[in-house]
Design a protein around this ligand. Structure first.
Ligand SMILES: [Zn+2]
Length: 405
């Protein structure tokens, strides 16, 4: 959550978040270009009268709005100064409410704090301000694409779940895998391959992505292939599950406990050496022809291991046959980062850290403090809002005026 990253930012001089409150300029009224009444289109106006307007704000208690009269239709309408909307709460005060909320206060706590500061705002008004700002962040992706020169060559993607109104929602998160900025946060109907394919296809096309960085779950592999992008799977995850697999099977292979190695004429010491070689290759991840050839040779040693009959357990040799095939198939996706270079000389580190961090900060931590969202749209609004602020860490600052009407 932002609170945590702000705390980290305070400790680290390298990371900094600046929130810029929307300004209120009582002396500046926005210019009106078109008559606000539907179908009129008038472009010439007459100043009709000045109207005092009470205001809830951190500085002002009243501003002067002006009433203009359309020269074409003769109707009048009100124009408020910059930072003042049709209601009586200034954008600046809404900005403070949003700031308190994203820094970790509940709506009720933010409302109480504002009241103590002499700027009373109800809990409901705080929640409207936060939800409204979140809804305005829908353009996250567009902004980030624009900043990246219109293109994000390496798209990181991951799924997480959030409990909302008594059920689990699948949330898909897309990041710029090189820079870590959040590009897209979407609620998906499920985490199946067909759903992921549709979601990723649309993202990858909009971004011009050429490589997908994700974990090695099958739906992501299928989606990457269907979308026509290369894939890099998270190296740490693959290494961990390879280690666990080797640890689990080594005792059975070392003694050929089920006799399956003897049936294909492979010595137990050879099988153990093959497991260790697999683990070493996966740990070193060298994209060389020799490494790929070794993987192939290991797999070929076990192709004779028989598939178990229906209802029977897999033999150790058969398990090694399947696992070595899986690692051999996975090889290009595991080593892609070693040779990949983006259009601006960008490189990948082979991890899914950008996604994991984004999920931890912008979805999961936030979710814990809210003890479950009540509406699906709230999940999106709040997560998108804090992710947009997260994207502004280290930058010129996040201008709340951009998301507060
Ligand atoms: Zn008009």
């Amino acid at each position: 959550m932002l609170a945590r990253s702000v705390r980290d930012a305070a400790r680290s001089p390298a990371m900094r978040l600046t929130l810029i409150l929307p300004p209120v300029r009582p002396e500046v009224s926005p210019a009106v270009e078109r008559c606000p009444y539907a179908g009129c289109g008038g472009a010439h106006f007459q100043r009709w009268q000045a109207v005092p307007k009470p205001l809830r704000d951190t500085v002002l208690t009243e501003v002067v709005a002006r009433r203009e009269r359309c020269a074409r239709c003769g109707r009048t309408f009100r124009v408020s100064p910059v930072g003042v909307g049709p209601d009586q709460t200034s954008a600046r005060l809404k900005g403070v409410a949003v700031m308190f909320s994203v820094l970790g206060m509940s709506y009720g706590a933010a409302s109480a704090a504002l009241g103590a500061l002499g700027w009373p705002l109800s809990k409901v008004a705080v929640s409207y301000a936060v939800q409204g700002a979140g809804a305005a962040v829908a353009g996250l992706r567009r902004e980030a694409v624009a900043r990246g020169g219109g293109r994000v060559a390496a798209l990181g993607a991951d799924l997480t779940t959030v409990r909302c109104a008594g059920q689990w929602l699948t949330v898909g998160l897309g990041v710029d895998a090189v820079r870590g900025t959040v590009l897209s946060l979407d609620v998906l109907p499920n985490g199946e391959a067909a759903t992921l394919t549709a979601w990723l296809e649309q993202l990858a096309t909009a971004l011009g992505a050429e490589v997908l960085v994700s974990d090695d779950a099958d739906p992501f592999k299928i989606a990457a292939d269907a979308t026509g992008v290369d894939q890099q799977v998270g190296k740490a995850h693959v290494q961990r599950n390879t280690e666990a697999w080797v640890d689990g099977i080594e005792p059975a292979l070392a003694t050929d406990a089920d006799g399956s190695l003897a049936r294909i004429g492979v010595a137990p010491s050879q099988a153990v050496a093959d497991c260790r070689a697999l683990l070493r290759l996966v740990t070193e991840r060298q994209p060389t022809p020799e490494a790929a050839a070794t993987l192939e040779a290991i797999h070929r040693r076990y192709v004779g291991a028989a598939k178990p009959a229906k209802g029977e357990a897999m033999s150790a040799a058969y398990r090694l046959r399947l696992f070595s095939l899986d690692r051999w198939n996975l090889w290009p996706r595991l080593t892609r980062y070693r040779t990949w270079a983006g259009p601006d000389g960008d490189t990948l580190d082979g991890t899914t850290t950008a996604c994991e961090r984004a999920i931890g900060w912008w979805v999961k931590e936030r979710y814990r403090t809210m003890r479950g969202y009540k509406r699906e749209q709230s999940v999106l609004n709040v997560s998108r809002l804090i992710a947009a602020m997260g994207n502004a860490l280290d930058g010129a600052g996040f201008a709340l005026a951009e998301v507060i009407a």
